[in-house]
Design a protein around this ligand. Structure first.
Ligand code: ATP
Length: 470
């Protein structure tokens, strides 16, 4: 029977370090709070996630194009998008201990499931008083009024200081897509409806980062802006909500731990006529994984106003011009990676009483697809195992390991989430006492979750792995 560990997140953070997935940032200099570096296995997991998203949302779709825009944009972009004036969270200080919090998070924590905290700061202030919100650090109920804290990081462009050289690190990749709308229309000439997808880093000076890689100040996003004719946005909004849910299900995430939550009216941004979050039940509670927003023509209209460049689409068949509406599914790479880690993590008690830590990754996302484990580390067995490794590594991320006992090697691969362990022994080479002649030329493949073993011919191995990665 699978045993779920109480403080799963703490154990997961330690497994991630121990097994080279994710390291605390700048560790040899005493660290830098809430920064994380992806180690050799984490980077593979991340690349698999990005490749799967790109394939599903861009490459395999004739109606979606790709883009890779800059992190630094003309500051007028952020004036037009509303980020300079509105991209802020309600910051409160505890007057007793001076710790800082997001007022909306304190209210959500106190009021629990189903509560709606709107965007009006006066209402938030009143809610803080009405609900007797306590400081999570010192327990006092004495906070400053909520004030807007802008989340954009500022930096300086070039050597001359001054307002003219002030730029922002992008807080989302989406605006890079909107400001290239005209370039794409004029030069690539897609027909509406069509989308533009992009993967890249974003930066937000979060008031309260934390929960491992759930909320960090530097993170990666996978965003799609899908442009459609006004009046069809509801249909596309429903379409993309389902498409995104299916994508997460397809990665093997536990269905009961996922839900689609539609935002209440008070929660909606002023430009949105529909927003939903796909949420996952993390060890610390339900949290947003993916935001899907119907953004009307707000962004393109704003850029048209600010830049004086027309953002219209001409529909030659209907002979009409309009500014397209947009539906945006926006997903954090690191957020999805955390979902996959939390969902895969398990501590099982085996029949012999031993504990087995295992990451039940879907083979598609697993950082290592197979491990080749010779049962003896010399002679022909080793030779054959090395040959198999050299062949497989051309197509898959595989590992070769001849150290320690076979049991320990299995445990290590279980902790990495490797779906298949391939053992090579005397049967494989058909030499030695008590060999089974029918197993000559065959390896034993052990499946991670069931621990069942199966014999596979060496020459069939590549196809066998391909077939099992689906
Ligand atoms: P919140 O209200 O929780 O701060 P948000 O609703 O502003 O988040 P979005 O702007 O919708 O977040 O961001 C889109 C996606 O980007 C999120 O669903 C999440 O997957 C990811 N994301 C946003 N902020 C962060 C962050 N600080 N760290 C990691 N991922 C993030």
């Amino acid at each position: 029977m699978a045993k779920k560990v109480q403080d799963a997140l703490k154990d997961l953070v330690s497994l991630c370090k121990r097994r080279g997935f994710i390291f605390p940032g700048s560790e040899i200099y005493d660290g830098l709070a809430n920064t994380w570096d992806y180690g050799p296995y984490g980077v593979e997991l991340k690349r698999n996630i990005k490749n799967l998203w790109w394939k599903r949302f861009v490459e395999s779709r004739p109606d979606v194009l790709g883009l890779d825009s800059s992190i630094l944009l003309n500051p007028r972009v952020w004036q037009a998008s509303g980020h300079v004036s509105n991209f802020s969270d309600p910051l409160v200080d505890c007057k007793a201990c001076h710790e800082r919090f997001r007022a909306d998070h304190l209210l959500e924590a106190k009021l629990g499931e189903g509560c709606t905290v709107g965007k009006n700061f006066q209402e938030i202030a009143q809610m803080m008083v009405d609900n007797q919100i306590e400081c999570p650090k010192c327990g006092k109920k004495d906070f400053t009024e909520p004030r807007a804290f802008n989340l954009m990081f500022q930096t300086q462009l070039g050597v001359l200081e001054g307002t003219g050289s002030k730029v922002f690190l992008r807080p989302e990749t989406a605006q890079g897509i909107f400001i290239n709308f005209k370039n794409i229309m004029d030069n690539v000439r897609p027909k509406i409806p069509f989308g533009v997808g992009q993967i890249g880093k974003s930066f937000r000076n979060e008031i309260t980062p934390g929960n491992f890689i759930f909320r960090t100040r530097e993170f990666e996003q996978m965003e799609l802006e899908f442009f459609c004719e006004p009046g069809t946005e509801k249909e596309w909004y429903d379409y993309w909500r389902k498409y995104c849910m299916d994508f997460v299900f397809g990665l093997g995430v536990t269905k009961e731990k996922l839900r689609l939550r539609e935002h209440a009216k008070e929660e909606l941004s002023h430009y949105s006529n529909g927003t939903s979050d796909i949420e996952y039940e993390f060890p610390f509670g339900w949290g947003e994984l993916w935001g899907i927003a119907s953004r009307t023509d707000y962004d393109l209209t704003q850029h048209q106003k600010e830049s004086k460049v027309k953002m219209e689409y001409f529909d030659a068949v209907a002979n009409k011009r309009y500014i397209p509406y947009v539906v945006e599914p926006s997903l954090g790479v690191d957020r999805l990676l955390l979902v996959l880690l939390c969902d895969a993590y398990d501590v099982e008690t085996l029949e012999n009483g031993e504990e087995r830590v295992v990451l039940h990754f879907s083979p598609k996302v697993a950082p290592v697809k197979a491990a080749i484990l010779p049962l003896v580390k010399k002679g022909k067995v080793k030779e054959v195992a090395e040959e198999i490794y050299q062949k497989l590594i051309q197509n898959f991320n595989v590992e070769y390991d001849e150290t320690q006992s076979i049991g320990k090697r299995y445990r290590r691969q279980d902790e990495l989430g490797t779906p298949f362990c391939i053992t090579v022994d005397f049967d494989t080479i058909g030499e030695g006492d008590d060999v089974k002649p029918e197993n000559k030329g065959m390896v034993t493949v052990r499946e991670r979750d069931s621990m069942k073993q199966e014999h596979v011919k060496i020459e069939d191995l590549e196809n066998w792995i391909f077939a099992h990665l689906k």
